[in-house]
Design a protein around this ligand. Structure first.
Ligand code: AMP
Length: 279
């Protein structure tokens, strides 16, 4: 595995692969890698000839500075995992490399960005779009792999690719969970053992929603789900929305493509998750 920091080194390495007709798969991450990330790398390896991974904790997408400061960093451990996973190129740029000039770009993703994460984390998706566009310009991947764990982000990136006419195919990968249903996340490293166990309430609530979506009005079901999580000590729902998975707009009545989305505080740690409901 080649490990580089500069844009020119990424391009030189990948141009070498492209010169022999090889396809490039790209997996952008913020590091503190876990099995969720590794599943994306596995998918990339199975669909492309070469796999490039970036690790960059993108300051532009953190609306909360404390969250940025506490974001776990473990580069050496990550590099070892990537080497073992068969990654070809690891790109670990600095902020200066990613943003040599002041960033002024402001995207408009319409209704996709005004709900849920977009509503509660102002500026977040603009920061995500800026960094993903910058990475696509550098890496020029044939395929890029993203997790459904961050479903709204995935929708925004598909929209970014359409709006900006970027020649890349976006591949969505399913959410990897712990045995108790908790979605793997780098932020889980900040949970206590007790919080980690109690966080099973999120997936339990999704299953409850899926089991009851056909028999309960959406509004009553939503309220019930919020109560189920809020009654767990130390857990507080920021939003719980049953929405259409294409438009991301809240549903008033059930339709195919209904998906439950949640943001929950477990103590100080903010967790997000989503799941397709069984219509
Ligand atoms: P992050 O490092 O959190 O920015 O995530 C990098 C990529 O990994 C994103 O496309 C995430 O959606 C994806 N990802 C994070 N957690 C999971 C998970 N539990 N299962 C599948 N993909 C994930």
């Amino acid at each position: 595995m080649v490990r580089v920091v500069e844009r020119s080194d990424v391009q030189r390495c990948l141009d070498g692969y492209r010169a022999t007709g090889e396809t490039i798969g790209f997996v952008p991450t913020m590091g503190a890698l876990h099995e969720g990330h590794l599943s994306l790398i596995k998918a990339a390896k199975s669909q492309t000839d070469r796999v490039a991974v970036s690790i960059f904790v993108n300051p532009l997408q953190f609306n909360n500075p404390a969250d940025f400061d506490k974001y776990p960093v473990q580069l050496e451990q990550d590099a070892k995992l990537l080497q073992d996973a068969g990654c070809d190129l690891l790109f670990t740029p600095t902020v200066q490399v990613m943003y040599p000039n002041e960033v002024t770009k402001s995207y408009d993703f319409g209704m996709l960005e005004n709900t849920m994460e977009g509503e509660f984390r102002p500026g977040h998706f603009n920061g995500v779009a800026v960094v993903v566009k910058a990475f696509f310009d550098i890496v020029k991947p044939d395929f890029a792999f993203f997790g459904e764990k961050d479903y709204q982000q995935l929708s925004i990136i598909r929209q970014l690719v359409r709006q900006e006419n970027i020649p890349v195919e976006i591949v969505a990968c399913p959410t990897i969970r712990e045995e108790n249903g908790l979605a793997l996340s780098s932020r889980n490293l900040r949970l206590t053992n007790e919080q980690r166990k109690a966080a099973a309430c999120i997936y339990d609530t999704f299953k409850y929603a899926s089991d009851h979506i056909k028999s309960m009005p959406v509004e009553a079901l939503t309220k019930q789900c919020i109560d189920m999580i809020n009654k767990v000590p130390g857990f507080e729902v920021e939003y719980f929305v049953i929405a259409d998975e294409r438009s991301l707009q809240p549903l008033r009545k059930i339709e195919t493509g209904a998906r439950a989305f949640v943001a929950v505080y477990a103590g100080e740690v903010r967790l997000i998750d989503n799941m397709a409901l069984n219509i």
